[in-house]
Design a protein around this ligand. Structure first.
Ligand code: AMP
Length: 281
């Protein structure tokens, strides 16, 4: 496994792989790897001849009062895990390598970036699309793998790729959960044992919506009410949003006639967690 810290080195390595006829898969991450990330790596290895993983905690996607400074950084362990999976390239640039100058050029997917997490994190998705666009230019992958865990991010990246003619196929992989149902996240490590118990209400709420949907309730208002009953019973969480939206446009859906995304975000203590489930009529 080759670890590259510069744009030039990474680009040379991925170009050589593609010139050699290899189909190159790419998994962008912020490190602190867990089974969710590794599921993307395994999907990439199954579909591609060579796989690159980036580890970069992207300052551009953090708001001024968010957790950039304390975000977990476990580089040595991450590399060990990736080596075991047989990853070919790790791209781990320093912030100064990715942003030698203060960024003044951004990629913004207007109309999507303000929705869901974008409402309470107004510059978040702009930071994500800008760094992913940069990473796609550097790595030039044939396929790139993202998690359904960040459903809005996946929708926004799909749209960016479409609108800007990136020549990469986006693959979205299912959410990996801990045995207790909590969606795996690098931020779960912030939770105290008590907070972790409270955090389970997110998935319980989504499951309650799914149950009501399966019983025939296809009206979003009714489904949200059912979910809210479960949510309100747990005092340890402060809701950010709980919505039923179109998975591509992220617009609210009143009645569910085609696949819908139930998305939830909440603070458990000071930790912000997100989760979602797709409903298919
Ligand atoms: P992050 O390191 O948080 O930026 O995540 C990197 C990639 O891993 C993103 O595409 C995420 O959606 C994906 N990911 C994170 N957690 C999970 C999970 N529990 N299941 C599936 N994919 C995940």
């Amino acid at each position: 496994m080759n670890i590259h810290a510069t744009v030039e080195e990474m680009r040379a390595a991925s170009r050589a792989a593609r010139l050699g006829g290899l189909r190159l898969g790419f998994v962008p991450t912020m490190g602190a790897l867990h089974e969710g990330h590794l599921s993307l790596v395994r999907a990439a290895i199954a579909e591609c001849d060579a796989v690159a993983v980036s580890i970069f905690v992207n300052p551009l996607q953090f708001g001024p009062n968010e957790d950039l400074a304390k975000y977990p950084r476990t580089f040595e362990r991450d590399c060990e895990l990736l080596r075991k999976e047989d990853v070919d390239f790790v791209f781990a640039p320093a912030v100064e390598e990715m942003y030698p100058e203060k960024a003044i050029t951004y990629v913004t997917v207007e109309g999507l970036s303000e929705k869901l997490c974008g409402r309470s994190r107004p510059t978040h998705f702009r930071g994500v699309t800008t760094v992913v666009a940069k990473l796609f230019h550097i790595v030039e992958p044939d396929l790139a793998f993202f998690g359904q865990k960040d459903a809005a991010q996946a929708a926004i990246i799909r749209r960016m790729v479409l609108d800007l003619n990136f020549s990469v196929e986006i693959i979205v992989c299912p959410i990996v959960r801990a045995p207790d149902g909590l969606a795996m996240s690098s931020r779960n490590g912030y939770l105290s044992p008590q907070e972790r118990k409270s955090a389970l209400v997110l998935y319980r709420t989504l499951q309650e919506v799914q149950r009501n949907f399966d019983k025939g309730e296809h009206n979003s208002k009714g489904l949200i009410e059912a979910g809210n009953k479960v949510l309100r019973a747990e005092t340890g969480v402060r809701l950010d949003y709980f919505e039923i939206v179109d998975p591509d446009t992220l617009d609210p859906m009143e009645t569910i006639r085609h696949p819908a995304l139930i998305a939830i975000a909440a603070f458990v203590g000071t930790t912000r967690l997100i989760d979602n489930v797709l409903l298919s009529p």
